[in-house]
Design a protein around this ligand. Structure first.
Ligand code: BGC
Length: 885
């Protein structure tokens, strides 16, 4: 008899199109992408092969050796939804390894009280401040730890923003892989410096919400859809755009990586052996564990063999079905030999080693002291079962905020991107010079009448917009609205404040705006999006267009027609179409305030009145229309077959790479942002520190992974312990029927499955990839001169243009460095950038390696280096010397 898990894997394999063995990666040509299949990569590389983790793996081996088979299975499997205080809870052991609490998310501790709602990822990216990226993560992790969270489900470094409409772009750090990678890497560092396990998600190419999950497609009436969306992508774009930020998180030692809901080249992300075994574990040398996105696992054996190490929330194909694809099924699969026991050992080792690596074996590491499911102090121990399974103290209301509002406010303020400022509109004056009258317009200035947390997972756009919606949100402890902050300031300045918060009451809007033609009019507008399981105002995850919500264009124009000093403040998940009003002469200033979190009002006040000189820069392009973003922009809305196919045939050309290649002038380019002062960049000096070889040298050999040499116990030991009370739908590792028969027929392994070690990738050898990829080849310095009359912060951005004459297609320019520096009026500051081998290479699809392009004579041609105030702004240009190799 074939074990149930095997049958399931077989059925699902047929339905979902398991990876096919074709030996290499995918080339990015349009033909190759149509119905692309993913190569096979087996067996799963073992953890414990890099020096920095050796000690943790040694300790983990000692602990896992003491675990029974059931215990090993139990730590790989969630207990079910919602069967524990956190959104994910692993099973327990008697061996001294606790149940792990996995909790969202990237901007705050979800479903918890007394926490800080930090600015979203997109907002943090807009600061272009490495310090603030790190500080936010560290503060977030302190709160996670204070609440007893072991594994924080962030940072989000995918979606990258292939389409400006994708619902979750705001959770991550903008549409450039370099920026996303630096922010992601620093977030991992900040989180893990606090001893919390970070999770880089969603691996990988998860670039829209629609069709991401079968259950969502079915519930939206797409009855013929049988599997999630496939992101069909070539190897080069995969590495240079979508894998790139994950490389940085792995290089920083990220403890866990979450496989996404989507398919990559028609193989489910959580069972794609090429993606998980090949790229993540071999090429990037990932040492932690792969956790499934919640219900992203679609098969048993195939997922495990492909490199998934932990399933969440533990249930099977449906929420709270209690019918796990691991748990007892994994126990059975190991007993019947379909999953080799050393794969189970590796899964357990990876989880336990990560726990040691982060120092969570310290007995003082807090246990969860909150419940995601209710706010009373005492409540059901297992919310999914209800009161019958007993009560316990769940919420101790630990106030973990400390002084984190300061970093939240600093980010919210430093992210604010000044897009237009004419007639000296900003900064506003204070005290005796203050305006006599300020008029405020738009629901985005005020409170949500349902309360700041009035809509589940923030799935509405009422009142000021501080977060998008979905699992990446948190509950406000408080939310300072712009109206509140401005009123408090106006009181001190003796300024009169009037407002109309109803976006559609044009008679009130017009009469208020017309009352004092010389008043300062502040119009607050927004654009929202979120995760695909929820909707707001009929928008189901992804945005439908780039328009402002609630008739924002009309609101702005209504005010601007009557008020000569109309200042627009935008809270948005991403770029918005501003064409209707941006050139209006009465629109004197525009601030993109992104998604600021709880300090919305205080931060915008800081910038409006100039106590913070704006230094935000756009982490994406603002185009003049959606069409200007090119073929990658539209969301795939019709399935077109049982497995919706999304071909990434634009390759590298998303966001500014597309605008540059096509010569399209955006409204505001990537990296753009004004200041109340002005800067000049000059004196570029390029120093070559190393002459690289065309390819990285031979891959270094790591340290040997621990071998447990476990034996398969008799199945009779895997029954439920005598007298054990079983909770309904709770996931146990035990078998109800301990008869395990091995099939005489060969097990239906995925095509290409093998236990013979795979040839390692030449691009691997350390965490994040081959260590030589991170060697500095050029060091560049420039001078930043504050030519204005106010102190401010400049954001010098370094873009490279690849040499001509290589025969390889390259973007016009690619971001490869940035810094943020403060300079007083008249002050000059020197800024340095390191450009690495990876920064100068491209992914050679044939060789399967990073390669420095050579010209026809075999030389490394001249790279053009531009350091400027945006991707196409003012700056200074230099060229590297041609190098003979
Ligand atoms: C999201 C993840 C999240 C998980 C747990 C999923 O719906 O895609 O980002 O971490 O839920 O809440």
């Amino acid at each position: 008899m074939i074990a149930a898990i095997g049958v399931l894997a077989l059925i699902l394999g047929l339905v979902l199109g398991l990876p096919q063995a074709n030996g290499g990666g995918i080339n990015g040509s349009a033909e190759a992408l149509e119905g692309a299949t993913s190569p096979s990569w087996y067996p799963s590389p073992k953890g414990g092969t890099v020096d920095q983790w050796a000690e943790s793996y040694r300790k983990a081996a000692a602990l896992v050796r003491k675990m029974s088979l059931a215990e090993k299975v139990n730590i790989t499997t969630g207990t079910g939804w919602p069967m524990g205080p956190c959104v994910g809870n692993t099973g327990t052991t008697n061996a001294g390894f606790p149940s792990l609490c996995l909790q969202d998310g990237p901007l705050g501790i979800r479903f918890a009280d007394s926490i800080t709602v930090f600015p979203a990822g997109i907002t943090t990216a807009a600061t272009w401040s490495r310090k603030l990226m790190y500080d936010r993560a560290r503060a977030l992790a302190k709160e996670a730890k204070g609440k007893g969270v072991n594994v924080l489900l962030g940072p989000c470094v995918g979606p990258l923003g292939r389409s400006p409409l994708a619902g979750r772009n705001w959770e991550g750090f903008g549409s450039d892989p370099y920026l996303q990678g630096i922010a992601g890497g620093l977030s991992v560092q900040g989180i893990q410096d606090e001893g919390v396990i970070a999770t880089a998600k969603h691996f990988v190419a998860n670039e829209q919400e629609k069709f991401r999950q079968l259950s969502e497609s079915l519930s939206q009436g797409f009855k013929d859809v049988t599997s999630p969306l496939s992101s069909n992508i070539g190897d080069r774009a995969l590495r240079e755009l979508y894998i790139w930020p994950f490389m940085d998180t792995v290089r920083m030692g990220v403890g866990s990586v979450m496989c996404g809901y989507n398919q990559i080249n028609n193989s489910i992300a959580c069972q794609n052996s090429y993606i998980l075994n090949g790229i993540l574990k071999d090429e990037l040398g990932f040492q932690g564990f792969v956790v499934s996105d919640w219900l992203a696992q679609r098969s048993g054996v195939a997922s495990v063999l492909s490199g998934m190490d932990m399933t969440m929330p533990g249930d099977g194909l449906l929420w709270a079905d209690g019918d796990s694809l691991l748990g007892p099924q994994l126990t059975r699969a190991v007993l019947n030999g379909s999953v080799p026991i050393d794969r189970l050992d590796d899964m357990a080792l990876r989880i336990v080693a990560t726990w040691y690596q982060l120092g969570q074996d310290d007995a003082s590491y807090p246990r969860p002291n909150f419940s995601s499911w209710f706010r009373t102090s005492i409540g059901p121990t297992y919310a999914g079962v209800g009161p019958s399974a007993g009560h316990s103290l769940q919420n101790s209301y630990a106030d973990v905020r400390d002084d984190h509002h300061e970093v939240a406010r600093a980010i919210a303020a430093e992210s604010i991107t000044l897009l237009k400022n004419t007639n000296g509109a900003l900064p506003l004056k204070s005290g005796k010079d203050a305006k006599k009258s300020i008029m405020i317009f738009g629901s985005d200035a005020g409170p949500n009448l349902l309360g700041p947390n009035g809509c589940p997972d923030r799935s509405c756009n009422n009142g000021t917009l501080g977060q998008g919606w979905g699992s990446g949100t948190a509950e406000y402890t408080y939310l300072v609205t712009p109206l509140e902050a401005i009123q408090a300031k106006a009181l001190a300045d003796r300024t009169m404040v009037e407002y109309v918060l109803d976006d559609y009451q044009y008679s009130a809007i017009n009469s208020t705006a017309g009352k004092a033609p010389n008043a300062t009019c502040l119009v607050f507008v927004s654009s929202d999006s979120g995760e695909g399981y929820a909707s707001a105002e009929g928008v189901l995850g992804d945005r439908v267009d780039l328009k402002l919500w609630h008739g924002g264009d009309k609101l702005i124009l209504s005010v601007a027609e009557r008020c000569s000093n109309t200042i627009v403040v935008i809270h948005s998940v991403g770029p918005v179409d501003m064409e209707a009003w941006i050139e209006h002469k009465n629109v004197t200033a525009v601030l993109m305030a992104h998604l600021p979190g709880q300090e919305s009002g205080t931060a915008v006040l800081d910038v409006l009145y100039g106590s913070v000189n704006p230094s935000g820069r756009l982490p994406y392009t603002i185009g003049k229309s959606l069409a200007d973003y090119g073929p990658a922009a539209p969301i795939l809305k019709q399935p077109g077959g049982p497995a919706p196919q999304q071909n990434f045939s634009e390759g590298l050309y998303i966001d500014y790479r597309h605008f540059d290649k096509q010569g399209i002038t955006p409204r505001f380019e990537f990296g753009f942002g004004l200041s109340y002062t002005t800067f000049e960049f000059s004196d570029m000096v390029i120093t070559q520190t190393l002459v690289p070889t065309e390819f990285p040298p031979a891959r270094p050999i790591g340290v040997p992974a621990p071998e447990l040499n476990s034996t398969i116990p008799p199945s009779s030991q895997l029954g439920f312990p005598l007298g054990m009370v079983r909770l309904p739908k709770y996931i146990y590792p035990y078998l109800s029927d301990t008869t395990v028969t091995k099939s005489s027929a060969p097990y239906p392994y995925p095509p290409g499955y093998s236990t013979t070690p795979h040839k390692p990738s030449p691009a691997g050898g350390a965490q994040g990839g081959h260590p030589a990829l991170f060697d500095t080849i050029f060091h560049v310095t420039v001078s930043v001169f504050n030519t204005g009359s106010l102190p401010g912060k400049a954001v010098p951005q370094l873009y490279i243009s690849y040499p001509n004459g290589t025969g390889i297609d390259f973007p016009v320019r690619s971001l490869r460095g940035f810094d943020k520096v403060a300079a007083g009026p008249g002050e000059t500051v020197a800024v340095g950038f390191d450009i690495t081998r990876r920064d100068l290479s491209y992914w050679d699809e044939k060789k399967g390696n990073w390669r420095i392009p050579l010209d026809k004579k075999g030389n490394i041609g001249a790279y053009e280096i531009f350091v400027g105030d945006s991707s196409r702004g003012n700056g200074v240009t230099g060229r590297t010397k041609v190098v003979k190799v």
